[in-house]
Design a protein around this ligand. Structure first.
Ligand code: GUN
Ligand code: ZN
Length: 446
């Protein structure tokens, strides 16, 4: 038997323009919030980043072995993180003409009823993760359908790919057709079983997921509140104050509660682990309580515009007397794009309509480190030693219109990022690395 004189390593080097955030930027021009290497190398071993170096050191780095992926001139960022997306709504996206409650009844519940079939769920999971990766999204916080098997299908596929996914079985025991209903007990049991089998298994995590107050009985919210108390390591996700008719219905269903947020709060579901989808029409009391509890308001701009729900008050929540943590998400299939770049573009427009500004660096921070912090994940969303090597490589000039626009740029990185978020999408994604492994997407290099 021949013994190699050096043990082959799984070292990977990725070369390009490396951008990563250190903290939340205070607005345009806050260059101390990020690090940017014009010609850098990200060194990866065993799925994690071990070093970020100047390309001048490439000789030393290559001598230590490892496959070099040369994306000189392209941007390397942490893989995008989507903090609110519905796995069983990939065929609901682009459904015509309704606002929230009618949209759920007419399109969403029928589509979700198909996910009780494990074979169908498995096939859909492959499509779903493919689509996320094509858009540069390497981690997502996902709602499954009411069926435990849908969450299992997505977790299984994610484990196979090596992605870090957060997945919940959606709990809903009233105000929907019987084929998409569970019970208080089965929601508790199924979620507890998922946590036992999957939470922290490799890179997979389980999220406690009551759909929203309209589709959960007090008994179900009580059961999930006790599960959340028993599992402080798990995130909780739900919807809050998205649409006026929804809010009025919640008031009718829970007349003893102070407001919509108080319904969840009453059952022990509000705290720093709580991801509150939409949070558009909040009262001053709800804002105070969101702030004090550390719950996260998840801004879903393409969905809010498409379903006609309203304009999220980003700066009001971020900088008000009671600051609220904020994350950014697609909300497929109310949302209309899988791309976090397109999502950021719509966030910018929503904020323009409110007389607010979203600088490119604030948006890119949100898509990466900001969203990771909302999930309490210090090893995601950044390019620095010990972080998971989930990366996206972007070509800012992938389309003629973008290349043409950038010819008129001074070369300023923030201007380039603004062009990327305003005109960009999946066409700009050259490559994605998941745990250091190249996903073999389109390569526009060479
Ligand atoms: N509220 C309750 N369920 C949903 C959903 O599936 N999508 C959106 N946008 N809002 C919801
Ligand atoms: Zn949603």
């Amino acid at each position: 038997m021949t013994v190699p004189d050096r043990i082959p390593s799984d070292r990977t080097l990725v070369r390009g323009r490396v951008l990563s955030f250190k903290r939340r930027p205070q607005g345009a021009g806050d260059s101390s919030a990020y690090t940017y290497l014009e010609d850098g190398v990200v060194v990866i071993e065993a799925g994690r980043i071990t070093e970020v170096a100047d390309a001048g050191e490439i000789g030393r780095l290559e001598a230590d072995q490892g496959a070099l992926h040369d994306f000189t001139g392209k941007l390397i960022l942490p893989g995008f993180i989507d903090t609110h997306i519905h796995f069983p709504q990939t065929q609901v996206i682009a459904s015509y003409g309704e606002q929230l409650l009618e949209w759920l009844t007419r399109y969403t519940f029928p589509a979700e009823s198909r996910y009780g079939d494990p074979g169908f769920s498995a096939a859909q999971a492959r499509f779903f993760i493919d689509e996320l990766l094509r858009n540069g999204t390497t981690t997502a916080v996902c709602y499954g359908s009411v069926h435990k098997s849908s969450a299992e299908a997505l977790l299984t596929e994610s484990e196979r790919r090596g992605t870090a996914m957060f997945v919940g079985k959606t709990a809903m025991d009233r105000n929907a057709p019987p084929e998409v209903l569970d019970t208080a007990q089965s929601a508790y049991d199924d979620t507890a079983a998922l946590i036992a089998a999957w939470h922290g298994r490799g890179r997979q995590k389980v999220v406690i997921t009551p759909r929203f107050a309209i589709t959960s009985t007090p008994e179900q919210l009580e059961a999930l509140g006790s599960l959340a108390r028993a599992h402080p390591e798990c995130l909780m996700q739900t919807h809050l104050s998205e649409n006026s008719e929804e809010i009025a219905t919640v008031r009718r269903l829970f007349p003893d509660r102070a407001d919509y947020l108080d319904v969840y709060d009453h059952y022990g579901l509000i705290g720093p682990n709580s991801l509150m989808g939409h949070a558009i029409h909040l009262t001053p009391r709800e804002i105070r309580r969101m702030s004090e509890s550390g719950a996260v308001a998840v801004f879903c701009p393409t969905s809010n515009l498409f379903i006609g729900s309203g304009l999220f008050d980003y700066k009001g929540l971020e900088n008000g007397a009671h600051p609220v943590r904020i994350a950014l998400a697609t909300d497929i299939g109310g949302g209309t794009s899988y791309s976090m770049l397109e999502t950021a573009a719509e966030a910018y427009k929503v904020m323009q309509l409110r007389g607010q500004k979203l600088s490119a660096i604030e948006a890119f921070h949100l898509m990466t480190r900001g969203n990771a912090e909302a999930l309490g994940e210090p090893d995601l969303g950044r390019i620095e030693p010990n972080a998971h090597a989930d990366l996206v490589v972007l070509d800012s000039s992938a389309t003629p219109a973008m290349a043409h626009r950038l010819k008129a740029s001074s070369g300023d990185i923030e201007e380039e990022l603004f062009v990327l978020m305003t005109l960009g999408g999946e066409q700009n994604v050259c490559e994605v690395f998941v745990g250091g492994r190249s996903q073999g997407l389109r390569r526009t290099i060479g």
